[in-house]
Design a protein around this ligand. Structure first.
Ligand code: DGL
Length: 274
């Protein structure tokens, strides 16, 4: 198979990364993709960095064994703590969501007073904070973990009163700092964007790092002459370490279209791959 027609690999702690896969498929509609979701070991956001690094290395090794031409770490938590470790162990280009998301925020923000919301692991890693400060040393960055958002997004509760209450609670300290830009630094949060925007108000620009990551994937492949120019319909495969109840329904909501070609991969096989 020509390198160009090899699939793009994406991985995430579970189904949330389908919100990033969606952006990649929109921007790169000719590309074949392979998605790995670690549904047996989700969530990553509350686990230690060491554990998430180990899981991420297994996911990357699995995708590489399937013959992908690049790897996108769709999970914010894994991108925050494991990007370098994954880059150093595989032979294909690897990108995460943090740097593209931070670049998009700096480009959008006028005041450079920026908020970041994410999992406990992402916020604790300071990865967004450091990247934003490197890009714009005078920036002021305020971060807030919003753990309950993951369940609210999976339950499809955007605009539910419970979501609005939690959004007000989580955003209050950031809005008190007069942020003008807010990075939705977790795969699930774009599903709650209407509630987040309503609470944040019209003067705050929301950043979905998945959009900027798809653009970076495009630039990386174009730069390497690896864009797929085939006219045949792309194939999208989904590998999961567990097949949870309601996966197809919830996953289709994150992806924005129906899911086909779903396969199971055993955790034991993943742990043997590294
Ligand atoms: N995918 C994770 C992220 O973007 C959220 C879910 C989890 O905690 O595993 O950080």
């Amino acid at each position: 198979m020509a390198t160009q027609s090899l699939p793009i690999g994406l991985f995430d702690s579970g189904i949330g990364g389908l919100s990033v896969a969606r952006r990649v498929m929109e921007l790169l509609p000719r590309e074949n993709t392979v998605y790995f979701g670690d549904t047996a070991r989700v969530p990553y956001g509350s686990k230690s960095a060491e554990t998430v690094i180990g899981y991420s290395q297994q996911a990357a090794a699995f995708l590489e064994s399937l013959g992908v031409k690049m790897i996108i770490i769709a999970c914010n938590t894994a991108s925050a703590v494991a990007l370098k470790q994954v880059q150093s162990m595989v032979s294909v280009p690897v990108i995460g969501v943090i740097e593209p998301g931070a670049q998009a925020a700096i480009a959008q923000s006028r005041s450079h007073v920026i908020g970041v919301i994410g999992t406990e692991g992402t916020v604790r890693s300071h990865s967004y904070q450091h990247t934003l400060m490197e890009l714009a040393p005078g920036a002021h960055v305020y971060a807030q973990a919003c753990p309950v958002f993951v369940s609210l997004a999976e339950e499809g509760l955007d605009h539910h009163p419970a979501t609005l209450i939690m959004t007000r609670e989580y955003l209050a300290p950031l809005l008190a700092r007069s942020i003008d830009t807010l990075i939705m630094g977790c795969t699930h949060y774009p599903l709650l964007a209407p509630s987040i925007q309503e609470v944040a108000g019209p003067n705050v620009t929301l950043i979905d790092p998945g959009v900027a990551t798809a653009m970076q994937a495009h630039a990386t492949l174009a730069g390497a002459g690896m864009l797929n120019d085939s006219d045949s319909a792309p194939r999208h495969d989904y590998y999961l370490s567990d097949l949870p109840h309601k996966f197809i329904e919830v996953g289709s909501r994150f992806l924005g279209k129906p899911l086909h070609h779903v396969h199971r991969v055993m955790v034991d096989d993943l742990t043997k791959s590294v």
